[in-house]
Design a protein around this ligand. Structure first.
Ligand code: SAM
Length: 221
């Protein structure tokens, strides 16, 4: 069922219109990620390639930019999950070299998936989910529940006010939170670590610019 307007998670995914998805790669990944959040997109691609495995679940795939560069063999099975059908159509249309299954769903609700995965990404998604982190924790728990015992959850997220911000990034952070496309003012590095640690025994987390990059393994039963 499509996400409803009065759902707290609505604003974080409603921005992704067909037009925004067309300009997303150069504007968001080419400019904002590198210049505003000060995290090189090449570094994010490298981390993505490091952690991704065949039988992958990608939550919030956006344009499919990272999946296209992930180094998966042609025909690899990948499930993409997003409440926004524009995202699912755009990413599926781009990733024709992969065997894509598209699932329209909100990661904050129990996932309509009846199988497990070897890796899962929450890449650029947590800062879009409705805060506080205690509410976002449902997303991590839902993904952990569909990972194999040897599986890995990885991703990146923009930190809130406590993160390393410049004059420019602080203003954009505030504006995006005011508009409701981010809800991350209270997202701290330690809070993210704690949230991941509630569902995984092992958590690695580093910060680059205003972003936290993480990988979590050994999902708790
Ligand atoms: C900032 S984009 C990140 C896209 C891509 N993963 C990347 O790193 O470039 C956020 C993505 O998360 C999705 N999203 C937002 N809220 C979501 C939710 N509640 N459940 C699943 N996906 C969500 C959006 O629709 C969008 O595809």
């Amino acid at each position: 069922m499509p996400i409803q307007r009065d759902d707290p998670a609505y604003r974080g995914q409603s921005e992704y219109t067909p037009f925004f998805l067309k300009i997303y790669d150069p504007v968001i990944l080419g400019f904002f990620t590198r210049v505003v959040w000060r995290c090189p997109t090449t570094l994010l691609v490298e981390r993505y390639r490091r952690h991704i495995r065949p039988q992958h679940l990608d939550v919030g795939p956006g344009t499919g930019y990272f999946l296209e560069r992930a180094g998966l063999p042609p025909g690899a099975q990948v499930t993409i999950l997003d409440p926004n059908v524009n995202v699912l159509e755009h990413a599926s249309g781009r990733l024709t070299a992969l065997d894509i299954t598209a699932v329209e769903a909100d990661v904050l609700k129990p996932l309509p998936l009846d199988r497990t995965f070897d890796s899962a990404a929450l890449h650029g998604v947590i800062h879009c989910l409705p805060g506080p982190l205690t509410r976002k924790a449902a997303a991590v728990a839902n993904v952990a529940a569909v990972l194999a015992p040897t599986g890995v959850l990885f991703g990146a997220s923009i930190l809130g006010s406590s993160g390393s911000h410049t004059w420019l990034s602080q203003r954009i952070l505030t504006a995006n939170n005011r508009r409701g496309i981010f809800d991350n003012l209270g997202d701290t590095q330690e809070g993210l670590r704690e949230m991941l640690g509630a569902s995984f025994r092992h958590v690695e987390l580093e910060t680059v610019g205003s972003m936290a990059i993480f990988a979590a393994t050994n999902p708790r039963p």
